[in-house]
Design a protein around this ligand. Sequence first.
Ligand code: ADP
Length: 173
Amino acid sequence: MAATADRIQMVSSDITQMTVDAIVNAANRSLLGGGGVDGAIHRAAGPELLAECRTLDGCETGQAKITRGYRLPARHVIHTVGPVWQGGRQDEPELLAACYRNSLQLGVENGVRSFAFPAISCGVYGYPVAEAARIAVREVRRFLASDERIETVYLVCFGPDVRQAYQQALSER
Ligand code: ADP
Protein backbone atom coordinates (compact mmCIF):
# COMPACT_ATOMS: atom_id res chain seq x y z
CA MET A 1 0.00 0.00 0.00
CA ALA A 2 1.36 3.41 -1.00
CA ALA A 3 1.82 6.03 1.69
CA THR A 4 -1.23 8.21 2.31
CA ALA A 5 0.51 11.25 0.78
CA ASP A 6 1.04 9.44 -2.54
CA ARG A 7 -2.65 8.59 -2.75
CA ILE A 8 -3.70 12.28 -2.81
CA GLN A 9 -2.99 14.02 -6.07
CA MET A 10 -3.68 17.62 -6.99
CA VAL A 11 -4.49 18.10 -10.68
CA SER A 12 -5.56 21.03 -12.84
CA SER A 13 -8.26 19.66 -15.07
CA ASP A 14 -11.83 19.78 -16.21
CA ILE A 15 -13.33 17.12 -13.94
CA THR A 16 -15.67 15.88 -16.70
CA GLN A 17 -12.62 14.63 -18.62
CA MET A 18 -11.21 12.53 -15.82
CA THR A 19 -10.96 8.77 -16.15
CA VAL A 20 -11.57 7.62 -12.60
CA ASP A 21 -14.06 5.28 -10.99
CA ALA A 22 -16.09 8.25 -9.70
CA ILE A 23 -16.15 11.99 -10.06
CA VAL A 24 -17.84 13.97 -7.32
CA ASN A 25 -20.41 16.61 -8.21
CA ALA A 26 -20.88 19.75 -6.11
CA ALA A 27 -24.64 19.63 -6.55
CA ASN A 28 -27.53 21.49 -4.99
CA ARG A 29 -30.21 19.90 -2.83
CA SER A 30 -32.60 19.28 -5.71
CA LEU A 31 -29.97 17.22 -7.61
CA LEU A 32 -31.72 18.48 -10.74
CA GLY A 33 -28.79 20.35 -12.20
CA GLY A 34 -27.33 23.81 -11.76
CA GLY A 35 -24.42 25.96 -12.89
CA GLY A 36 -20.70 25.59 -12.34
CA VAL A 37 -19.32 22.10 -12.11
CA ASP A 38 -22.84 20.64 -11.81
CA GLY A 39 -23.86 22.08 -15.18
CA ALA A 40 -20.64 20.89 -16.79
CA ILE A 41 -21.13 17.34 -15.47
CA HIS A 42 -24.73 17.13 -16.68
CA ARG A 43 -23.79 18.47 -20.13
CA ALA A 44 -20.99 15.94 -20.48
CA ALA A 45 -22.93 12.98 -19.04
CA GLY A 46 -26.04 13.54 -21.17
CA PRO A 47 -29.76 13.57 -20.31
CA GLU A 48 -29.72 10.08 -18.80
CA LEU A 49 -27.95 11.50 -15.77
CA LEU A 50 -30.74 13.96 -15.06
CA ALA A 51 -33.28 11.17 -15.54
CA GLU A 52 -31.57 9.08 -12.86
CA CYS A 53 -31.20 12.09 -10.56
CA ARG A 54 -34.96 12.67 -10.75
CA THR A 55 -35.46 9.32 -9.04
CA LEU A 56 -33.27 10.23 -6.04
CA ASP A 57 -35.55 12.68 -4.23
CA GLY A 58 -32.83 15.28 -3.68
CA CYS A 59 -30.02 15.27 -1.15
CA GLU A 60 -29.44 17.01 2.18
CA THR A 61 -26.48 19.32 2.71
CA GLY A 62 -23.44 17.26 3.74
CA GLN A 63 -24.89 14.00 2.40
CA ALA A 64 -24.10 12.15 -0.84
CA LYS A 65 -25.88 10.02 -3.45
CA ILE A 66 -24.43 7.95 -6.28
CA THR A 67 -25.45 7.47 -9.91
CA ARG A 68 -23.94 6.02 -13.04
CA GLY A 69 -21.68 8.23 -15.18
CA TYR A 70 -23.40 7.62 -18.55
CA ARG A 71 -21.39 9.43 -21.28
CA LEU A 72 -18.60 10.46 -18.90
CA PRO A 73 -15.31 8.58 -18.81
CA ALA A 74 -16.00 8.06 -15.08
CA ARG A 75 -18.18 5.06 -14.22
CA HIS A 76 -20.01 6.83 -11.39
CA VAL A 77 -21.00 10.31 -10.25
CA ILE A 78 -21.23 10.92 -6.52
CA HIS A 79 -23.48 13.91 -5.91
CA THR A 80 -22.87 15.80 -2.70
CA VAL A 81 -24.31 19.10 -1.49
CA GLY A 82 -21.87 21.54 0.05
CA PRO A 83 -22.90 24.24 2.52
CA VAL A 84 -23.55 27.78 1.35
CA TRP A 85 -21.05 30.02 3.16
CA GLN A 86 -22.94 32.23 5.61
CA GLY A 87 -20.06 33.49 7.70
CA GLY A 88 -18.94 30.25 9.30
CA ARG A 89 -21.32 29.91 12.23
CA GLN A 90 -23.95 27.77 10.56
CA ASP A 91 -21.95 24.52 10.82
CA GLU A 92 -20.33 25.17 7.45
CA PRO A 93 -16.98 23.54 8.38
CA GLU A 94 -18.62 20.38 9.72
CA LEU A 95 -21.00 20.15 6.76
CA LEU A 96 -18.18 20.57 4.27
CA ALA A 97 -16.14 17.89 6.06
CA ALA A 98 -19.18 15.61 5.94
CA CYS A 99 -19.38 16.03 2.15
CA TYR A 100 -15.88 14.59 1.76
CA ARG A 101 -16.38 11.79 4.30
CA ASN A 102 -19.80 10.73 3.05
CA SER A 103 -18.71 10.82 -0.60
CA LEU A 104 -15.68 8.65 0.11
CA GLN A 105 -17.71 6.23 2.23
CA LEU A 106 -20.47 5.89 -0.37
CA GLY A 107 -17.89 5.37 -3.09
CA VAL A 108 -16.05 2.67 -1.19
CA GLU A 109 -19.34 0.88 -0.54
CA ASN A 110 -19.86 0.86 -4.32
CA GLY A 111 -16.42 -0.42 -5.24
CA VAL A 112 -14.92 2.96 -6.15
CA ARG A 113 -11.12 2.92 -5.88
CA SER A 114 -10.29 6.25 -7.56
CA PHE A 115 -12.09 9.55 -6.96
CA ALA A 116 -11.91 13.07 -8.36
CA PHE A 117 -13.28 15.91 -6.22
CA PRO A 118 -13.96 19.49 -7.29
CA ALA A 119 -13.46 22.22 -4.69
CA ILE A 120 -16.90 21.76 -3.11
CA SER A 121 -18.63 25.04 -2.10
CA CYS A 122 -15.75 27.16 -3.50
CA GLY A 123 -17.71 28.56 -6.44
CA VAL A 124 -21.19 30.05 -6.22
CA TYR A 125 -21.54 28.85 -2.60
CA GLY A 126 -18.80 31.26 -1.59
CA TYR A 127 -16.74 29.21 0.88
CA PRO A 128 -13.35 30.85 1.61
CA VAL A 129 -11.02 28.82 -0.56
CA ALA A 130 -8.03 28.50 1.80
CA GLU A 131 -10.21 27.17 4.59
CA ALA A 132 -12.14 24.83 2.31
CA ALA A 133 -8.87 23.41 0.95
CA ARG A 134 -7.62 22.73 4.47
CA ILE A 135 -10.83 20.84 5.30
CA ALA A 136 -10.69 18.85 2.07
CA VAL A 137 -7.08 17.79 2.61
CA ARG A 138 -7.65 16.93 6.28
CA GLU A 139 -10.70 14.78 5.59
CA VAL A 140 -9.17 12.95 2.62
CA ARG A 141 -5.99 12.24 4.58
CA ARG A 142 -7.96 10.88 7.52
CA PHE A 143 -10.09 8.69 5.35
CA LEU A 144 -7.14 7.30 3.41
CA ALA A 145 -5.28 6.53 6.62
CA SER A 146 -8.20 4.38 7.77
CA ASP A 147 -9.10 2.75 4.44
CA GLU A 148 -6.75 0.64 2.39
CA ARG A 149 -9.09 0.07 -0.55
CA ILE A 150 -8.85 3.53 -2.11
CA GLU A 151 -6.03 3.90 -4.62
CA THR A 152 -6.09 7.60 -5.51
CA VAL A 153 -8.06 10.71 -4.64
CA TYR A 154 -7.59 13.56 -7.10
CA LEU A 155 -8.26 17.08 -5.86
CA VAL A 156 -9.21 18.89 -9.03
CA CYS A 157 -8.24 22.54 -9.41
CA PHE A 158 -10.16 24.67 -11.83
CA GLY A 159 -8.37 27.99 -11.59
CA PRO A 160 -5.27 29.37 -9.88
CA ASP A 161 -6.89 30.36 -6.57
CA VAL A 162 -7.95 26.80 -5.79
CA ARG A 163 -4.62 25.43 -6.98
CA GLN A 164 -2.72 27.74 -4.67
CA ALA A 165 -4.97 26.89 -1.73
CA TYR A 166 -4.46 23.13 -2.21
CA GLN A 167 -0.72 23.58 -2.60
CA GLN A 168 -0.64 25.38 0.73
CA ALA A 169 -2.92 22.88 2.49
CA LEU A 170 -0.93 19.91 1.20
CA SER A 171 2.31 21.46 2.41
CA GLU A 172 0.94 21.60 5.98
CA ARG A 173 0.93 18.54 8.15
P1 ADP B 1 -20.59 25.29 -5.37
O1 ADP B 1 -22.02 25.66 -5.65
O2 ADP B 1 -20.47 24.07 -4.48
O3 ADP B 1 -19.77 26.46 -4.91
P2 ADP B 1 -19.49 25.50 -8.08
O4 ADP B 1 -19.73 24.58 -9.22
O5 ADP B 1 -19.98 26.90 -8.21
O6 ADP B 1 -20.05 24.76 -6.78
O7 ADP B 1 -17.92 25.56 -7.81
C1 ADP B 1 -17.19 24.56 -7.15
C2 ADP B 1 -15.78 24.51 -7.72
O8 ADP B 1 -15.79 23.79 -8.94
C3 ADP B 1 -15.17 25.88 -8.05
O9 ADP B 1 -13.81 25.91 -7.59
C4 ADP B 1 -15.22 25.91 -9.57
O10 ADP B 1 -14.15 26.69 -10.10
C5 ADP B 1 -15.01 24.45 -9.89
N1 ADP B 1 -15.40 24.01 -11.24
C6 ADP B 1 -16.29 24.57 -12.10
N2 ADP B 1 -16.35 23.88 -13.25
C7 ADP B 1 -15.48 22.83 -13.11
C8 ADP B 1 -15.07 21.75 -13.96
N3 ADP B 1 -15.58 21.58 -15.17
N4 ADP B 1 -14.14 20.88 -13.48
C9 ADP B 1 -13.61 21.03 -12.24
N5 ADP B 1 -13.96 22.02 -11.40
C10 ADP B 1 -14.87 22.92 -11.84
